[in-house]
Write a protein that binds this ligand. Structure first.
Ligand code: NAP
Length: 322
């Protein structure tokens, strides 16, 4: 016999890629008895209703959280403070409030002041995603074998933290816990800086002009293609990430610029040994990532496109770690 659901009523504020994936996965795993969802625009609310991935569609954020014992805010991080202010007075005592934002320090600072006493705030970041957005892009397996990082404040209720961790494990994720500041530093180098580099390089190539542009597309398999996929990620989400994690991103960008300068110097001086030693070290890092199971050893060529159909994709091709 399957176990009783962990929560009675899950409220999802925002039902794009991440929110709709949580809805699908929570239902597939019988993690909650009922799901109430909402989205900012009537179009998305209508689409979510058509997809039938929630039991009820609420017109407002306040209505969505009524009676919920788990609330997960799945919207761009820049909007999290305003939404917390809106839902604060409508939260049930004892409810767990969480989010999925890619930056944690700012979310903690923006949301916490608006949440009433007796509500347990446990921010979270499922490190899983794709470059697609909206409710149609979600799928139930998105979190399987991916990390979900919880960043509870120092005075968080341990039982609430453990219950949220159990929820994410049920959805297939591995759970880790750390401070919000540490999360933001780690993700600045593993996710935010790579996205910034992708956005930059694709923009640079685009500015090379029409003739080159066709060649850029023609020969895009030589590394550029992967950058274009990452650079197709949602502009609103990533604008908010860089604004909200400014300090850590600038710190990592400074280090990165120093390393680019060193490599530039090596190329200019014809220092093959320096280049070789650097590339040898980075190849070993890649092998380490494969060894701990965070990516496939399969060569890049011929991998299935990470778009459609998601459910048919073998792991780990379906995921970006955002
Ligand atoms: P998404 O597919 O674009 O969905 C965003 C949702 O938020 C939509 O339901 C949208 O409603 C709603 N929304 C947008 N702006 C809003 C606002 N100002 N106020 C209230 N609701 C608003 O985005 P997503 O990829 O699910 O990302 C959601 C969160 O997950 C972000 O904080 C992101 O940092 C985090 N995250 C993303 C990934 C990833 O790979 N995409 C991975 C991990 C974590 P409408 O459709 O009605 O506009």
């Amino acid at each position: 016999m399957s176990k009783a659901p962990l929560f009675n009523r899950l409220a999802l504020i925002g039902t794009g890629l991440i929110g709709s994936s949580i809805a699908r996965a929570a239902r597939a795993q019988n993690a909650v008895r009922a799901i109430a969802a909402t989205a900012r625009t009537p179009e998305t609310r209508r689409r979510v209703a058509e997809l039938g991935i929630a039991d009820t569609m609420a017109e407002t954020n306040a209505a969505a959280v009524e009676g919920a014992d788990l609330v997960i805010v799945c919207i761009p991080v820049g909007a999290s403070g305003a939404v917390a202010r809106e839902i604060g007075p409508h939260l049930s005592p004892g409810a767990i409030v969480s989010d999925v934002g890619s930056v944690k320090g700012a979310v903690l600072r923006e949301m916490a002041p608006h949440l009433p006493k007796g509500v347990h705030f446990v921010p979270a970041h499922p490190v899983a995603g794709t470059e697609y957005s909206g409710p149609d892009a979600g799928f139930a397996e998105l979190f399987v074998n991916r990390w979900c990082i919880l960043t509870p404040p120092e005075d968080a209720n341990p039982a609430a933290v453990e219950k949220l961790a159990a929820f994410w494990r049920l959805l297939g994720a591995n759970v880790d816990t750390m401070t919000a500041d540490h999360h933001d530093l780690v993700l600045a180098i593993t996710s935010h800086l790579p996205h910034l580099i992708a956005y930059t390089i694709v923009g640079t190539a685009d500015e090379l002009g029409e003739v080159t542009k066709s060649e850029v597309l023609q020969f895009s398999a030589g590394g550029f293609r992967d950058f274009t996929r990452i650079a197709a990620s949602d502009p609103t989400m990533w604008r908010d990430v860089f604004l909200a994690n400014k300090e850590a991103v600038l710190e990592m960008l400074g280090r990165f610029n120093e390393d680019v300068s060193a490599l530039t110097k090596a190329i200019r001086r014809g220092d093959g040994e320096a280049l070789f030693e650097h590339f040898k070290r980075t190849r070993a890092i890649r092998q380490g990532i494969v060894e701990i199971g965070q990516d496939s050893p399969a060569p890049d060529f011929g991998r299935p496109h990470p778009g459609l159909p998601h459910s048919a994709l073998p792991r780990p091709y379906a995921n970006d770690d955002d």
